[in-house]
Design a protein around this ligand. Structure first.
Ligand code: SF4
Ligand code: SF4
Length: 325
Protein backbone atom coordinates (compact mmCIF):
# COMPACT_ATOMS: atom_id res chain seq x y z
CA UNK A 1 0.00 0.00 0.00
CA UNK A 2 1.15 3.52 -0.80
CA UNK A 3 2.48 4.93 2.48
CA UNK A 4 0.67 8.23 1.83
CA UNK A 5 -2.68 6.51 2.24
CA UNK A 6 -4.00 6.19 5.78
CA UNK A 7 -5.43 2.76 6.50
CA UNK A 8 -9.16 3.19 6.90
CA UNK A 9 -11.48 1.02 8.87
CA UNK A 10 -14.50 2.03 6.86
CA UNK A 11 -16.65 -1.10 6.75
CA UNK A 12 -20.34 -0.32 6.69
CA UNK A 13 -20.04 3.47 6.75
CA UNK A 14 -21.89 5.69 4.24
CA UNK A 15 -19.63 7.11 1.58
CA UNK A 16 -19.67 10.65 2.96
CA UNK A 17 -18.61 9.33 6.38
CA UNK A 18 -15.76 7.37 4.83
CA UNK A 19 -14.60 10.55 3.11
CA UNK A 20 -15.02 12.58 6.28
CA UNK A 21 -12.94 10.07 8.25
CA UNK A 22 -10.27 10.12 5.56
CA UNK A 23 -10.17 13.92 5.91
CA UNK A 24 -9.93 13.71 9.70
CA UNK A 25 -7.05 11.23 9.34
CA UNK A 26 -5.24 13.87 7.27
CA UNK A 27 -5.71 16.44 10.04
CA UNK A 28 -8.75 18.39 8.82
CA UNK A 29 -11.09 19.50 11.60
CA UNK A 30 -14.10 19.85 9.29
CA UNK A 31 -14.94 17.94 6.12
CA UNK A 32 -18.39 18.79 4.81
CA UNK A 33 -20.30 18.64 1.55
CA UNK A 34 -22.38 20.97 -0.59
CA UNK A 35 -23.48 21.10 -4.22
CA UNK A 36 -21.69 23.17 -6.85
CA UNK A 37 -24.61 25.44 -7.80
CA UNK A 38 -24.03 29.22 -8.18
CA UNK A 39 -23.97 31.26 -4.96
CA UNK A 40 -26.76 33.67 -5.82
CA UNK A 41 -27.19 35.50 -2.49
CA UNK A 42 -23.46 35.76 -1.83
CA UNK A 43 -23.08 37.02 -5.40
CA UNK A 44 -25.52 39.87 -4.70
CA UNK A 45 -23.63 40.84 -1.55
CA UNK A 46 -20.42 40.80 -3.54
CA UNK A 47 -21.90 43.16 -6.15
CA UNK A 48 -22.94 45.61 -3.46
CA UNK A 49 -19.52 45.37 -1.80
CA UNK A 50 -17.72 46.00 -5.07
CA UNK A 51 -20.14 48.84 -5.87
CA UNK A 52 -19.00 50.54 -2.65
CA UNK A 53 -15.38 50.08 -3.72
CA UNK A 54 -14.57 48.33 -0.45
CA UNK A 55 -12.07 46.22 -2.41
CA UNK A 56 -9.67 49.17 -2.66
CA UNK A 57 -7.13 48.57 -5.41
CA UNK A 58 -7.84 44.83 -5.65
CA UNK A 59 -9.27 45.21 -9.16
CA UNK A 60 -8.85 41.48 -9.76
CA UNK A 61 -11.77 40.98 -7.37
CA UNK A 62 -14.06 42.97 -9.65
CA UNK A 63 -12.66 41.33 -12.77
CA UNK A 64 -13.44 37.84 -11.41
CA UNK A 65 -16.93 38.61 -10.06
CA UNK A 66 -18.67 36.17 -12.42
CA UNK A 67 -16.29 33.31 -11.62
CA UNK A 68 -16.66 34.00 -7.91
CA UNK A 69 -20.39 33.45 -8.02
CA UNK A 70 -20.19 30.16 -9.91
CA UNK A 71 -17.87 27.37 -8.67
CA UNK A 72 -18.33 25.57 -11.98
CA UNK A 73 -16.42 28.31 -13.73
CA UNK A 74 -13.40 26.77 -11.99
CA UNK A 75 -14.35 23.16 -12.67
CA UNK A 76 -17.35 22.68 -14.99
CA UNK A 77 -17.57 18.95 -14.18
CA UNK A 78 -18.02 19.61 -10.45
CA UNK A 79 -21.11 18.13 -8.83
CA UNK A 80 -20.03 18.28 -5.20
CA UNK A 81 -17.75 20.59 -3.25
CA UNK A 82 -16.00 19.19 -0.22
CA UNK A 83 -15.27 22.15 2.04
CA UNK A 84 -12.59 21.66 4.68
CA UNK A 85 -11.24 23.59 7.65
CA UNK A 86 -7.76 23.15 9.13
CA UNK A 87 -6.77 24.49 12.54
CA UNK A 88 -3.70 26.75 12.61
CA UNK A 89 -3.98 28.20 16.13
CA UNK A 90 -1.02 27.96 18.50
CA UNK A 91 -1.61 28.53 22.20
CA UNK A 92 1.79 30.08 22.86
CA UNK A 93 1.37 32.74 20.17
CA UNK A 94 -0.11 36.08 21.07
CA UNK A 95 -0.70 39.36 19.31
CA UNK A 96 1.19 41.19 22.07
CA UNK A 97 4.73 42.23 21.09
CA UNK A 98 7.22 44.56 22.81
CA UNK A 99 7.23 48.17 21.47
CA UNK A 100 10.51 47.52 19.62
CA UNK A 101 8.84 44.81 17.54
CA UNK A 102 6.59 44.67 14.53
CA UNK A 103 3.71 42.25 14.53
CA UNK A 104 3.00 39.50 12.02
CA UNK A 105 -0.34 37.73 11.80
CA UNK A 106 -0.25 34.33 13.49
CA UNK A 107 -1.20 32.48 10.31
CA UNK A 108 1.85 33.86 8.52
CA UNK A 109 4.45 32.70 11.06
CA UNK A 110 4.42 29.08 9.92
CA UNK A 111 4.88 27.32 6.59
CA UNK A 112 2.81 28.75 3.74
CA UNK A 113 -0.58 27.13 4.25
CA UNK A 114 -1.35 27.02 0.52
CA UNK A 115 1.24 24.29 0.04
CA UNK A 116 0.30 22.38 3.19
CA UNK A 117 -3.47 22.32 2.60
CA UNK A 118 -3.21 21.74 -1.15
CA UNK A 119 -1.08 18.65 -0.56
CA UNK A 120 -3.55 17.30 1.98
CA UNK A 121 -6.53 17.88 -0.31
CA UNK A 122 -4.73 16.01 -3.10
CA UNK A 123 -4.20 13.11 -0.69
CA UNK A 124 -7.89 13.28 0.20
CA UNK A 125 -8.76 12.97 -3.49
CA UNK A 126 -6.57 9.85 -3.69
CA UNK A 127 -8.37 8.42 -0.67
CA UNK A 128 -11.73 9.12 -2.29
CA UNK A 129 -10.60 7.34 -5.45
CA UNK A 130 -10.14 4.21 -3.32
CA UNK A 131 -13.90 4.23 -2.68
CA UNK A 132 -14.93 5.87 -5.96
CA UNK A 133 -12.39 4.94 -8.65
CA UNK A 134 -14.13 7.08 -11.32
CA UNK A 135 -14.05 10.25 -9.19
CA UNK A 136 -12.01 13.15 -10.48
CA UNK A 137 -11.45 16.38 -8.65
CA UNK A 138 -9.76 19.73 -8.51
CA UNK A 139 -8.27 21.30 -5.41
CA UNK A 140 -8.62 24.97 -4.50
CA UNK A 141 -6.70 26.80 -1.76
CA UNK A 142 -6.94 30.43 -2.83
CA UNK A 143 -5.74 29.32 -6.27
CA UNK A 144 -9.05 30.37 -7.85
CA UNK A 145 -11.51 33.02 -6.64
CA UNK A 146 -14.07 30.66 -5.11
CA UNK A 147 -16.27 32.28 -2.45
CA UNK A 148 -14.97 29.96 0.20
CA UNK A 149 -16.71 31.47 3.23
CA UNK A 150 -20.24 31.29 1.72
CA UNK A 151 -19.39 27.74 0.60
CA UNK A 152 -18.37 26.87 4.17
CA UNK A 153 -21.72 28.22 5.42
CA UNK A 154 -23.57 26.27 2.74
CA UNK A 155 -21.75 23.09 3.79
CA UNK A 156 -22.69 23.79 7.42
CA UNK A 157 -19.20 24.39 8.81
CA UNK A 158 -20.01 27.68 10.52
CA UNK A 159 -21.28 31.21 10.12
CA UNK A 160 -19.65 34.40 8.88
CA UNK A 161 -19.18 36.65 11.92
CA UNK A 162 -19.45 40.41 12.14
CA UNK A 163 -15.70 40.53 11.50
CA UNK A 164 -16.42 38.62 8.22
CA UNK A 165 -14.29 35.61 9.13
CA UNK A 166 -15.86 32.17 9.27
CA UNK A 167 -16.54 31.03 12.84
CA UNK A 168 -16.99 27.38 13.79
CA UNK A 169 -19.18 26.94 16.85
CA UNK A 170 -17.18 25.70 19.86
CA UNK A 171 -13.98 25.91 17.78
CA UNK A 172 -13.40 29.52 16.74
CA UNK A 173 -12.06 31.12 13.59
CA UNK A 174 -8.36 30.24 13.39
CA UNK A 175 -8.91 27.86 10.50
CA UNK A 176 -7.73 27.70 6.92
CA UNK A 177 -10.45 26.81 4.45
CA UNK A 178 -9.82 24.62 1.42
CA UNK A 179 -12.05 23.04 -1.20
CA UNK A 180 -12.04 19.87 -3.25
CA UNK A 181 -14.41 20.02 -6.22
CA UNK A 182 -15.54 16.53 -7.17
CA UNK A 183 -17.16 15.04 -10.26
CA UNK A 184 -19.37 12.72 -8.18
CA UNK A 185 -22.72 13.68 -6.70
CA UNK A 186 -22.74 13.19 -2.92
CA UNK A 187 -25.45 14.07 -0.40
CA UNK A 188 -24.94 17.62 0.94
CA UNK A 189 -24.71 18.46 4.64
CA UNK A 190 -27.31 20.85 6.05
CA UNK A 191 -26.33 24.49 5.64
CA UNK A 192 -25.56 26.64 8.71
CA UNK A 193 -28.75 28.59 9.37
CA UNK A 194 -27.83 30.36 12.60
CA UNK A 195 -25.66 33.33 13.39
CA UNK A 196 -24.14 33.15 16.87
CA UNK A 197 -22.71 36.68 17.12
CA UNK A 198 -25.81 37.91 18.94
CA UNK A 199 -25.42 41.35 20.48
CA UNK A 200 -21.62 41.11 20.63
CA UNK A 201 -19.70 43.79 18.73
CA UNK A 202 -16.23 43.37 20.21
CA UNK A 203 -14.54 43.02 16.84
CA UNK A 204 -16.14 46.22 15.56
CA UNK A 205 -15.07 48.16 18.62
CA UNK A 206 -11.54 46.76 18.58
CA UNK A 207 -10.75 47.37 14.91
CA UNK A 208 -8.18 50.19 14.95
CA UNK A 209 -8.91 51.43 11.41
CA UNK A 210 -12.72 51.33 11.61
CA UNK A 211 -12.87 48.75 8.83
CA UNK A 212 -15.89 47.03 10.47
CA UNK A 213 -18.14 50.04 11.02
CA UNK A 214 -21.01 48.05 9.46
CA UNK A 215 -21.38 44.58 10.95
CA UNK A 216 -20.69 41.75 8.50
CA UNK A 217 -19.14 44.16 6.00
CA UNK A 218 -15.38 44.45 5.73
CA UNK A 219 -14.21 47.72 4.26
CA UNK A 220 -11.09 46.03 3.00
CA UNK A 221 -9.59 49.29 1.77
CA UNK A 222 -9.24 50.26 5.46
CA UNK A 223 -8.25 46.84 6.83
CA UNK A 224 -4.67 46.40 8.02
CA UNK A 225 -4.46 42.98 6.35
CA UNK A 226 -5.20 44.59 3.00
CA UNK A 227 -3.00 47.62 3.64
CA UNK A 228 0.06 45.59 4.69
CA UNK A 229 -0.23 42.80 2.10
CA UNK A 230 -2.28 43.79 -0.94
CA UNK A 231 -1.92 47.55 -1.20
CA UNK A 232 1.01 48.92 -3.18
CA UNK A 233 2.44 52.39 -2.66
CA UNK A 234 1.62 55.06 -0.13
CA UNK A 235 -1.02 54.61 2.55
CA UNK A 236 -3.50 57.25 3.66
CA UNK A 237 -1.83 58.97 6.67
CA UNK A 238 -5.10 58.72 8.60
CA UNK A 239 -4.98 54.94 8.31
CA UNK A 240 -1.25 54.72 9.02
CA UNK A 241 -1.76 55.57 12.66
CA UNK A 242 -4.30 52.78 13.10
CA UNK A 243 -1.87 50.24 11.68
CA UNK A 244 -0.05 50.34 15.02
CA UNK A 245 2.91 47.94 14.77
CA UNK A 246 1.39 45.49 12.27
CA UNK A 247 3.81 44.74 9.44
CA UNK A 248 2.00 41.76 7.88
CA UNK A 249 -1.70 41.12 8.43
CA UNK A 250 -3.69 41.79 11.60
CA UNK A 251 -5.32 39.46 14.14
CA UNK A 252 -7.11 41.95 16.39
CA UNK A 253 -10.72 41.17 15.44
CA UNK A 254 -10.11 37.45 15.82
CA UNK A 255 -8.17 37.83 19.07
CA UNK A 256 -11.06 39.68 20.76
CA UNK A 257 -13.77 37.31 19.49
CA UNK A 258 -15.25 35.31 22.37
CA UNK A 259 -15.66 32.25 20.16
CA UNK A 260 -11.89 31.97 19.99
CA UNK A 261 -11.74 31.03 23.65
CA UNK A 262 -12.49 27.58 22.25
CA UNK A 263 -9.37 27.61 20.08
CA UNK A 264 -7.02 24.69 20.63
CA UNK A 265 -3.40 24.20 19.72
CA UNK A 266 -2.90 22.84 16.21
CA UNK A 267 -1.20 19.49 15.85
CA UNK A 268 0.20 20.50 12.47
CA UNK A 269 3.97 20.94 12.84
CA UNK A 270 4.13 22.79 9.50
CA UNK A 271 2.28 25.63 11.24
CA UNK A 272 4.83 25.97 14.05
CA UNK A 273 6.36 29.44 14.27
CA UNK A 274 9.33 29.57 11.87
CA UNK A 275 10.23 33.13 12.70
CA UNK A 276 12.85 33.72 15.41
CA UNK A 277 12.37 36.77 17.66
CA UNK A 278 14.85 38.92 15.76
CA UNK A 279 12.61 38.71 12.68
CA UNK A 280 10.08 40.82 14.57
CA UNK A 281 12.57 43.47 15.69
CA UNK A 282 11.81 46.66 13.76
CA UNK A 283 15.35 48.02 13.85
CA UNK A 284 16.84 44.80 12.50
CA UNK A 285 14.10 44.43 9.91
CA UNK A 286 14.64 47.98 8.67
CA UNK A 287 18.27 47.11 7.81
CA UNK A 288 17.31 44.02 5.81
CA UNK A 289 18.20 43.79 2.10
CA UNK A 290 15.80 42.32 -0.45
CA UNK A 291 17.90 39.14 -0.62
CA UNK A 292 17.77 38.79 3.15
CA UNK A 293 13.99 39.34 3.10
CA UNK A 294 13.56 36.59 0.51
CA UNK A 295 15.85 34.19 2.41
CA UNK A 296 14.56 34.78 5.90
CA UNK A 297 10.87 34.62 5.05
CA UNK A 298 11.26 31.81 2.50
CA UNK A 299 8.41 29.29 2.69
CA UNK A 300 6.17 31.57 4.79
CA UNK A 301 3.26 33.70 3.54
CA UNK A 302 5.16 36.89 4.49
CA UNK A 303 6.93 36.92 1.12
CA UNK A 304 3.56 37.57 -0.51
CA UNK A 305 3.70 41.25 0.45
CA UNK A 306 6.92 41.75 -1.51
CA UNK A 307 10.01 43.53 -0.23
CA UNK A 308 8.93 47.09 -1.03
CA UNK A 309 5.59 46.85 0.73
CA UNK A 310 7.16 45.07 3.68
CA UNK A 311 9.76 47.82 4.12
CA UNK A 312 7.00 50.45 3.84
CA UNK A 313 5.11 48.63 6.62
CA UNK A 314 8.23 48.59 8.79
CA UNK A 315 8.68 52.36 8.33
CA UNK A 316 5.06 52.97 9.38
CA UNK A 317 5.38 50.67 12.41
CA UNK A 318 8.57 52.47 13.46
CA UNK A 319 6.87 55.86 13.21
CA UNK A 320 3.91 54.57 15.21
CA UNK A 321 6.19 53.06 17.87
CA UNK A 322 8.22 56.29 18.12
CA UNK A 323 5.10 58.39 18.58
CA UNK A 324 3.99 56.18 21.48
CA UNK A 325 7.22 56.53 23.46
S1 SF4 B 1 -7.99 42.41 10.52
FE1 SF4 B 1 -7.56 44.18 11.84
S2 SF4 B 1 -7.90 45.98 10.55
FE2 SF4 B 1 -8.87 44.23 9.51
S3 SF4 B 1 -10.97 44.26 10.22
FE3 SF4 B 1 -9.87 42.92 11.64
S4 SF4 B 1 -9.24 44.28 13.32
FE4 SF4 B 1 -9.82 45.58 11.59
S1 SF4 C 1 -16.27 39.45 18.19
FE1 SF4 C 1 -18.44 39.14 18.60
S2 SF4 C 1 -19.48 40.17 16.90
FE2 SF4 C 1 -17.36 39.90 16.30
S3 SF4 C 1 -17.36 38.00 15.15
FE3 SF4 C 1 -16.87 37.47 17.29
S4 SF4 C 1 -18.85 36.98 18.22
FE4 SF4 C 1 -19.28 38.03 16.31
Amino acid sequence: MDKDFPTLNTAGLPLTEKIRNAGYALGFSEVRFCDAAPLTDAGKLLESWLGNRFHGTMEWMARTRRERRDPKSYYPEAKTIIVTAYNYYRENETIERPPTDGNISIYARGRDYHKVIRKKLKLLLKDIQQFLPAAQGRVCVDSFPLMEKPLAVKAGIGWIGKHTNLIIKQKGSYYFLGELLLTEELPPDPAMQTDHCGTCNRCQVACPTDALSTPYVLEAQKCISYLTIEHDGDIDPQLEKGMENWIFGCDICQAVCPWNRFSTHTEERDFDNRLPDHLFNLQQLAAMSETEFNDRFAGTPVRRSGYENFMRNISIARRNSASET
